[in-house]
Design a binder for this molecule. Structure first.
Ligand code: MN
Ligand code: MN
Length: 476
């Protein structure tokens, strides 16, 4: 064989590889210069949202404000228009748009969740021990407890007083504010009680207590003087009495702000990116829509981290109510059958973050199917754990459809699985919507340190998520 033929063969092999092999390519490399310039500015808005929306209630407020600015109207109020919002108990919210096609042909639905793992105060939280005032807590969602000690926490939430009036709380976000801290044991003494134990057992739930103060009430005869002084202060400042805690929702969340991470500023470190990364990008996708061909519904739900239960989670009938409202606003008469038919004909994305391949722990991932930072939005055909138990599994036809939409719109996407088959797993809201008969698939950005106080995501993946959701909502 002469050299010329060999060269020719090599070219042919390269061509064949390009044509046949699944090409993983960094989103940065796939982008044109013009688009690459939009990635960093887009991340600025996202960081602002993360700082302002640290709880589900705050996220609802932010989304509502953005919707009102974009002239969305309240769904339950009769009147014209094509863009509506519906707030469910201040903890979940829906944005709805009527499209060019009738509702009966189905909606384009995106569901994200706006609750994140955190440390809630107990309903009777305050006690005094060793001349310190301390809050008892009950953590919310899947946390690794050791990550939440010895970091600055801010207190967010809502207290309903005896007379029914409500007091919103947000302490620890302003640089002048005090913060709250869960103290941890010094290494000099933690040998037996912590270090020898399994990581998951080293810190017990009941030991996640947050310091609330240390000043004594002036009267030396009083009992629990530090606690009394805190109560006195809360009464003076907010008119609170201790019983008011029983009707409160107070959440301790990391007081840190969203920041650029790394020399090149390509990453974002922040609390609550699970799942406000999806909430923000899908919100922006909805706001960017102009006269969509299909009616659109974007749901931002609560309680995903504890199983989507309750009247504000994805298992509630809120979605049915919103679709009912959409039927009324489009001038038709709503019925249960109509709501069901519309939902059965709908197509949906369960927008939630995916675990990113962690180079420190390659053993929990199967690299070929792992989500990679910088490779764009992750599609998960199925969720669940160990043998796909508890999975919502999108059918191949639907995956094919989504793939075509993303490819046509030049969205950087990767097909991923949370980790190794027998390693663990997880699920999202997809299965609760799949029961209506709609096609639904999980899709979101890959995240490092998920569920930690400071999660990491890539700016380019955030931008690709926005592109992906927009392309989906604009598809016909
Ligand atoms: Mn999530
Ligand atoms: Mn989560």
């Amino acid at each position: 064989m002469d050299m010329a033929v060999k060269e020719k063969d090599r070219d042919k092999t390269k061509e064949l590889e390009k044509k046949l092999k699944l090409q993983g390519k960094l989103a940065w490399d796939r982008m044109e210069e013009k688009e690459r310039k939009e990635v960093f500015p887009f991340a600025e808005g996202y960081k602002r949202f993360l700082d302002r929306a640290k709880t589900e209630r705050e996220a609802v407020r932010e989304i509502l404000e953005a919707a009102r600015k974009a002239v969305f109207r309240e769904l339950s109020r009769p009147g014209g228009g094509k863009k509506f919002f519906s707030v469910n108990k201040e903890k979940s919210i829906a944005l709805a748009l009527l499209g060019r096609s009738p509702l009966a042909e189905g909606l384009r639905i995106i569901v994200s969740h706006i609750d994140s793992p955190r440390i809630d105060l107990k309903q009777n939280p305050l006690y005094e021990d060793s001349d310190l005032a301390i809050f008892r807590t009950h953590y919310y969602g899947g946390i690794k407890k050791y990550q939440w000690v010895a970091i600055p926490l801010s207190l967010h939430g809502f207290i309903v007083k005896a007379d029914g009036s409500a007091l919103p709380v947000r302490i620890g976000e302003d640089p002048e504010d005090p913060v709250f801290v869960i103290n941890d044991l010094l290494p000099h003494l933690s040998g037996k009680v912590q270090d020898q134990k399994k990581l998951a057992e080293a810190i017990e739930g009941e030991k996640l207590t947050a310091l609330a103060g240390s000043l004594p009430y002036p009267d030396g005869e009083a009992k629990e003087r530090v606690k009394l002084r805190i109560l006195d202060l809360l009464h003076e400042k907010y008119g609170l009495v201790e019983e008011d805690f029983t009707s409160s929702e107070l959440e301790l969340v990391p007081a840190m702000k969203a920041r650029d991470a790394g020399f090149d500023r390509s990453l974002i470190g922040a609390y609550g990116q699970d799942d406000r990364a999806s909430a923000y990008t899908s919100l922006q996708a909805v706001l960017a829509l102009k006269n969509p061909s299909r009616p659109v519904l974007s749901l931002f739900v609560d309680k995903e981290e504890i199983g989507s239960e309750g009247n504000t989670g994805a298992q509630s009938l809120f979605i049915d109510e919103v679709v009912r409202g959409m039927i009324e606003r489009s001038g038709e008469t709503p019925s249960e059958a109509r709501v069901k038919k519309i939902l059965a004909h709908s197509k949906a994305i369960s927008a939630d973050v995916e675990s990113a391949f962690d180079p420190n722990y390659p053993e929990v991932h199967e690299k070929q199917n792992a989500g990679r930072i910088g490779y764009g939005v992750c599609l998960e055909k199925f969720t669940g754990h160990r043998g796909k138990a508890g999975a919502s599994d999108a059918r191949a036809e639907y995956v094919g459809e989504i793939r075509r939409i993303f490819n046509t719109r030049r969205v950087a996407w990767q097909m991923t699985e949370i980790g190794k088959v027998d390693e663990g797993g997880g699920g999202t809201v997809a299965k609760y919507l799949a029961v209506y008969g709609m096609d639904i698939i999980d899709c979101g950005v890959p995240v490092l340190s998920m569920h930690s106080p400071y999660e990491i995501a890539s700016k380019v993946d955030i931008y690709e998520a926005f592109k992906a959701y927009r392309a989906f909502l604009e598809s016909s």
